[in-house]
Write a protein that binds this ligand. Sequence first.
Ligand SMILES: Cc1cc2nc3c(=O)[nH]c(=O)nc-3n(C[C@H](O)[C@H](O)[C@H](O)COP(=O)(O)O)c2cc1C
Length: 314
Amino acid sequence: MTLTNGYEQSDREEKLNILNLPSLEGEAKKIIPTGGFGYIFGGAEDEWTLKENTQAFNHAQIVPRALSNIDHPDLSTDVFGLHLKTPVMMAPTAAQGLAHAKGETDTAKGVAAVGGLMAQSTYSSTSIADTAAAGNGAPQFFQLYMSKDWTFNESLLDEAKKAGVKAIILTVDATVDGYREEDIINNFQFPIPMANLEKFASGDGKGQGIGEIYAAAAQKIGPDDVRRIAEYTDLPVIVKGIQSPEDALRAIGAGAAGIYVSNHGGRQLNGGPASFDVLADIAKAVNHQVPIIFDSGVRRGSTCSRRWHQALTW
Ligand SMILES: Cc1cc2nc3c(=O)[nH]c(=O)nc-3n(C[C@H](O)[C@H](O)[C@H](O)COP(=O)(O)O)c2cc1C
């Protein structure tokens, strides 16, 4: 264990035998301090949307096909000009130092080892360069929480480009923080500095709550911002946090190279529909113009079972 500003950061390293995600989360809860665990695990308000995200997979079933003459199914895919062994991306996830002292660097190593795609968050515990180096050449994207301060945005985008990221993910669904009751109960403030804020902003996030951090982000984001980031970086821009066909088309009209259907896992906004339930209509409207990334509620390769939902309420 490493004590960082009074926070007991785990530095344990051992082989994990993972049965499924609920059991892994149960193990994590024993190790991660209460405030950090609440930030990682909790959602907004009474977490209706968060729970609905997992339940929604029960609204559709997978019909198994037979006589297909395949022995080793190929899961590889080509997307955004990249060849991936597995069609899985590590979603941009802030402050991974809360879970382990090695933070995003070891996540990047794991993602590279399975041939997936790693997305770095603006609010990462480790720096863009360190996380990129840990990925050892495997593809990475950089997720931007756009700031009101364009000098800061440009510094991050320059750094991400220098580190060789292949695309920018612009998150548009969390311009303010949610009413996160778990964080309020725990009086949670980030104990560990955020490397990109430390390097490029006036504060490093340490000792601040998510509300204060989001307050520095831009509250006003529109199609012109998508265009501006694409022009500035000359990289594909993927718009994250899309929940309606209209917004998907607006993003594409502004030059988005990809649509990222997500409701942030119900972490910041409550009361919206499950992300899975809006996916089909968005895909229909997008009509293969650009690739679609999806998240929120995924807990298994197949579907989320009712049993999982029960496990959530331990
Ligand atoms: C601890 C944590 C931190 C997150 N940080 C970010 C972030 O920095 N930027 C972002 O766009 N999304 C962030 N997200 C949202 C994820 O990218 C993703 O949309 C969400 O977790 C999907 O829902 P799921 O948790 O049900 O899979 C975060 C999620 C978690 C759990």
